[in-house]
Design a protein around this ligand. Sequence first.
Ligand code: PEP
Length: 256
Amino acid sequence: MSDRRPLVSGNWKMHLTHLEAIQVVQKLSYALDRGPQGEVEVSVHPAFTALRSVQTVLDADEIPVALGAQDVHWEDKGAWTGEVSPTMLAKLNVRYVIVGHSERRQHLGETDEWVNRKLRATLRAGMTPICCVGETAAQRDAGETRDHVVGQLHAALEGVDAAAVAGVVVAYEPVWAIGTGRTATPEDAQAVCAALRAAVGERWGADAAAGVRIQYGGSVNEANAADLLGQADVDGALVGGASLDPVAFAAVVAAA
Ligand code: PEP
């Protein structure tokens, strides 16, 4: 039995205006109150435009949910039109920052090098990165899953020391499972998460491997969460679609 605290994170993607986000977080607070949360940590990741509003509600109502962002730039300030810096996020009490989500890698040209810069900038600003890795269907069919996700992991964590790696969150998200209603089997999710942990151990040592939290993501919902999150090396979930429904998301938390 590990003493890693499971983390269930809601990635709201490009959904919810700031007004809608306020309503969702208030309903989530109510839904979580009625369920057994135990030792599970919860984060929500609104769009940048809703961060401030959600932070105000979380603080005002003392809701035990951490604030998260969906992306970050690697510079603290400068001529980067449209970007948001780590300092700006930290000032809003953002605790977790998603880096390297496959939607950004696939559609917005995010490279391994950018992911590494963003991850290190997040750590420098005192926040925790949630680093996404995952294989496409073609890579899976070609038997390349392990090599691909370990390669992404190594690239993302390049230059990060072992103590910091122990505090990082990795999200294993098969690309073919995101938003599709298809999930990895619990056994496959466990095998890949175990391989990622072993890869951390080989390069950064046993303490880093024991500390790093590895989430599964890809069509997690209230029906499949218990099986997926019951696996020894799965330390929570990164949830997209189901996190927009406070009742469903609270049920995923309860299953963790
Ligand atoms: C995600 O956005 O990271 C995700 C896993 O989405 P979904 O749960 O909708 O598949």
